[in-house]
Design a protein around this ligand. Structure first.
Ligand SMILES: *Cc1c(COP(=O)(O)O)cnc(C)c1O
Length: 432
């Protein structure tokens, strides 16, 4: 086996898995709201020779030689991200969203410090203080929740909670909250109680970059994100922050320096330069006017999907959506705790979703009572309002006929027909 053999020659097993995955993506409707479909340019950068390089440190201050072109790439990634979000300082090295968040904890808190994060079952992320995550184990998390009736965030209650518990940091951001977040109010609460504000826009970064959702970057202390969700880039993370630290009286170390040293050498080793090259490509794509049109269509598609589901008798958490995601509550269908069964049935019909808790989950996180859906991936693929209507009707049909194989087979056929009109990476002959 030669060193320069292509995968067709060298590894039949993995090649087969790649081909099967390509086929699965091509023949199904991808509704996991944290997923997307990257451009060929992003795939090329991710698969480039930069995967070979070691470049510990930051541009023009590296521990290894040979970083002329890596520096060029990281400089461009930073410059483009600053322009895209209006950021004062950017660190593109975090390996993914979770380590980006971890680095912020390292930079701003001491172990055991108190912070507030959005309750996981109501729409927050594991790294916002879940008991099974470093954030909830090594720090003292006081979770805030949504209102019991409306399932919306109540900022007056969050403020009262903050005044009472005096957190050192409050995290805003969502993983399964289908409504807009008022980041400005979070910043005001943080300023008034003497806390840092970390806003985690992992899910909605694309929407924030294009003004389709309010962008917290210009006024928030620290903003973290992934690059692979609505931003439509490679799997990775990023931190944006103010340069000045509002609590730093003696001016010894500013916020930007604290963040950078927490990422490297505090938490990580060498950056993933191939991924950072792809991040730079992604930010370049997101700066183009077409990307704003794409983000607007994501939200339009989500609204049509939400309306269709409700017309078909399904109940949605908060009664709809104003971002890219939807949470179906299965309770009114008598399917409390049956999220997994619904997820499996939809999978069989060629519709990929994920089971999710609903606020004040009446069952358990392993057998939750909700289904989470999102439109970023299908929107990239070219689905518009009329396709979303078909998808919504198909989902309702499956939920209403969970154990009827004939119905599921029929839906699968419809979905396959729909997908044929939107081929995914058709030029990748070698992989299909
Ligand atoms: C997805 C997500 C993350 C984690 O990103 P990974 O890349 O999976 O580590 C963090 N925060 C929020 C709000 C997310 O939605």
């Amino acid at each position: 086996m030669g060193m320069m053999d292509s995968i067709e020659k060298s590894d039949a097993d993995i090649l087969k898995a790649i081909k099967n995955e390509h086929k699965r993506l091509n023949e199904g409707v991808e509704l996991i709201p944290s997923e997307n479909v990257v451009s060929k340019a992003v795939l090329q950068a991710t698969g480039s020779v930069f995967t070979n390089k070691y470049s510990e440190g930051y541009p023009h201050k590296r521990y290894y030689g040979g970083n002329e072109f890596v520096d060029k790439v990281e400089d461009l990634a930073i410059e483009r991200a600053k322009k895209l979000f209006g950021a004062e300082h950017v660190n593109v090295q975090p390996y993914s969203g979770s380590p980006a968040n971890q680095a912020v904890f390292f930079a701003l808190l001491n172990l055991g410090d108190t912070f507030m994060g959005f309750d996981l079952t109501a729409g927050g992320h594991l790294t916002h203080g879940s008991k099974v995550n470093f954030s909830g184990k090594q720090y003292n998390c006081i979770p805030y929740n949504v209102d019991k009736k409306t399932h919306l965030l109540d900022y007056d209650i969050i403020k009262k909670q903050a005044l009472k518990t005096k957190p050192k940091m409050i995290i805003s951001g969502l993983t399964a909250y289908p409504r807009k977040i008022d980041f400005m109010v979070f910043q005001e609460i943080c300023d008034s109680v003497g806390a840092y504000h970390m806003s985690d826009i992992a899910h909605i970064a694309g929407l924030c970059a294009t003004g389709v959702h309010e962008n917290p970057v210009p006024y928030t202390d620290v903003v973290t994100t992934t690059t692979h969700k609505t931003l439509r880039g490679p799997r990775g993370g990023m931190i944006m922050c103010k340069i000045r630290d509002k609590f730093d009286k003696d001016g010894k170390k500013n916020l930007a320096q604290k963040i950078d040293s927490a990422v490297f050498p505090g938490l990580q080793g060498g950056p993933h330069d191939h991924v950072n090259a792809a991040k730079a490509v992604t930010f370049g794509e997101a700066l183009k006017p077409e990307f704003k049109g794409y983000c607007k269509q994501i939200v339009k598609n989500a609204k049509v999907l939400a309306d269709t589901l409700m017309d078909e008798g399904l109940e949605l958490v908060t009664g709809g959506t104003d971002n890219h995601l939807i949470v179906i509550s299965l309770v009114n269908k008598g399917l409390t705790g049956k999220g997994e069964d619904v997820q499996d049935a939809l999978d069989e019909a060629g519709i990929t979703v994920n089971k999710n808790t609903i606020p004040y989950e009446p069952n358990t996180p392993f057998n939750p009572s909700g289904i989470r859906l999102g439109t970023p991936a299908v929107t990239t693929r070219g689905f518009k309002e009329s396709e979303m209507k078909v998808v919504g009707e198909s989902i309702a049909k499956v939920i209403d006929n969970l154990n009827d194989d004939a119905v599921i087979t029929k839906v699968k056929k419809d979905i396959l027909e729909l997908c044929k009109n939107f081929p995914l990476y058709p030029e990748f002959k070698v992989l299909s």
